[in-house]
Design a protein around this ligand. Structure first.
Ligand code: MSP
Length: 512
């Protein structure tokens, strides 16, 4: 079975912040889960490089737009690599193959009589790269970008007959109740559809930075129209027919809640017009907010994800981002909460159990664990958790999946306290019992490590290796995890703590 998953593609007017990283990391966790259950995964990320906003950012730096985008590609890829994002395709909208895809779309839409010329008179917000109706402005300003004055436009444009697709879209929503996730995001979109749509302008007259219309060189494609098509390009549209047939339609587009309208209304209508099937799910995640409010490129409040990864570890940061808030809701970011999460769940929880069990095995019985755990309720429950984690992932419940996995370590630590292996070790007649307890714990840890692998690809793999001597196979480990065992003739490996406790920064010494 194949699984095609995408994130939104980022504007490259500035460096990636924690909000953008949140989207990429959570989607990466989902992609890794699907690989781990044996699916053939295509995971697309990339950069959105056209539009006025990018052109201006480049010129402000004294660079040609493409030179700026080349530079930003490195910046973004470095950030995503530092966070362990395992994308298969990194698309750039300035690539020739993408221009080709956009132009093919336009040709199809025109042939279908879905494009026509008309005059646009109205506002445009460069911050959103979106046309704005009068009633969308607050005191004449865009609510998302109050610092920028919207521009008044009067230009001859190409229009897309979005209105023609209102009925088909409503039908699609009715027939595919899982199309928009989480469920609560659907109402807003349905309200929009029901209140009526307007045709949308899809060209910018006189713009120089963008894809040209194949039948009108003087017009450039409106940046959103261009950007949405990236998902088709990434799958091979239009020239690589075999690849496109294999990967399209996408299984999930993961996007922020601010851009669901483009993904759940405009993009499906464009696909219908081009005669292509619709993606199966659009998942609208929440925002990462700072105590002071929203984090955004224009509103300031910038948190560097790579700096957090350097200080706390990429895996720990990934775990926190998934565990702290339900996927779909907003996440209130605070470094205190990050520290608390790492200490309680990873340092004192999972990591400590791993160190304790290996240390006791070495101290009391030469390092290896040999008992048969087939009849152990502890191990049976741990193995039963695999199905619950899989179910959580299938429901996009990354938080639930993480909680179940780490909950196993919690149960393991409680079991250590209840069975007190140090007391068993004092009585040679109870050596078999001691070995059973340590074997049960080691097998529980093997399951927990396997379940944590999508969240923490480096540290959880290291834990698996220390326990079993074998690194997990990212393309199958969740299929075989239920049967995974620890070789009785190999000592558990000890090593430095996987998650050192993080001390709170000292308060500034009081002066005077
Ligand atoms: N280029 C468009 C998307 C085109 S997709 C065909 C865009 N770019 S963006 O750089 O502004 O945003 C990229 C993604 O990051 C979007 O999904 C957006 O919702 C998300 N986020 C931006 N700020 C965010 C937070 N503070 N928190 C979480 N996600 C955030 O929109």
């Amino acid at each position: 079975m194949r699984f095609y998953v995408t994130t939104a593609i980022d504007y490259v007017n500035s460096r990636p912040h924690l909000g953008a990283a949140y989207e990429k990391v959570t989607t990466d966790v989902l992609a890794r889960y699907h690989r781990a259950v044996g699916r053939d995964v295509l995971f697309l990320m990339g950069n959105d490089e056209h539009g006025q906003k990018i052109e201006k950012a480049a010129r402000d730096q004294g660079l040609e737009p493409l030179a700026w985008c080349d530079r930003m590609e490195r910046v973004f890829r470095e950030a995503w690599d530092a966070l362990g994002c395992s994308y298969d395709v990194f698309i750039r909208t300035t690539e020739a193959r993408h221009r080709r895809a956009v132009q093919e779309f336009l040709v199809r839409l025109k042939a279908n009589d879905d494009l026509y010329r008309s005059t646009y008179r109205g506002w445009y917000c460069v911050g959103c790269e979106a046309f704005k109706k009068e009633d969308e402005l607050v005191d004449g300003r865009c609510a998302e970008h109050p610092a920028r004055e919207p521009s008044w436009l009067e230009e001859e444009n190409w229009y897309f007959r979005l209105t023609k697709y209102r009925e088909p879209l409503l039908r699609h929503y009715a027939e595919n109740p899982g199309f928009v996730r989480p469920e609560f995001r659907k109402n807003e979109l349905l309200a929009l559809l029901e209140s009526g749509l307007q045709d949308i302008s899809v060209s910018r007259a006189g713009a120089t930075w963008g894809v040209s219309f194949p039948f009108d060189e003087a017009s450039k494609v409106y940046v959103w129209f261009d950007a949405l098509i990236n998902y088709a390009t990434g799958a091979g549209f239009p020239d690589d027919a075999a690849s496109f047939a294999k990967w399209w339609p996408a299984d999930v587009h993961v996007v922020g809640k601010d851009i669901t309208r483009f993904h759940c209304i405009v993009w499906p209508a464009m696909l219908m017009a081009a005669g292509l099937p619709l993606p199966k799910v659009v998942f609208g995640h929440g925002y990462v907010n700072l105590p002071g409010g929203r984090m955004s490129k224009s509103a300031g409040g910038f948190v560097e994800p790579t700096e957090l990864a350097r200080r706390y570890g990429a895996d720990a940061l990934r775990y926190y981002l998934c565990r702290e808030a339900a996927w779909g809701q907003d996440l209130e970011f605070s470094e205190d909460r990050l520290r608390i999460r790492i200490n309680s769940d990873l340092a004192n929880g999972f990591g400590n159990l791993l160190s304790r069990v290996a240390a006791m095995a070495h101290k009391y019985q030469g390092g290896a664990v040999r008992a048969d755990v087939a009849a152990s309720p502890l191990v049976r429950d741990a193995r039963a958790a695999i199905a619950r984690v899989r179910d959580a992932f299938e429901r996009f419940d990354l938080q639930g999946a993480a909680a179940i996995a780490v909950g196993l370590a919690e149960a393991g630590n409680a079991y250590v306290d209840a069975r007190a292996p140090w007391a068993l070790a004092k009585d040679p007649a109870r050596a078999a019992e001691l070995d059973l307890v340590l074997s049960e714990l080691a097998h529980l840890l093997l399951v927990a490590s396997g379940l944590l692998l999508p969240f923490m690809p480096v540290q959880a793999a290291e834990a698996t290796r220390r326990l079993s001597g074998v690194a997990p196979d990212p393309r199958s480990h969740l299929i075989s995890l239920e049967r995974a065992t620890i070789p009785p003739d190999r000592p558990l490996e000890q090593g430095p703590p996987l998650f050192p406790r993080i001390e709170a920064p000292r308060p500034e010494a009081a002066s005077g």
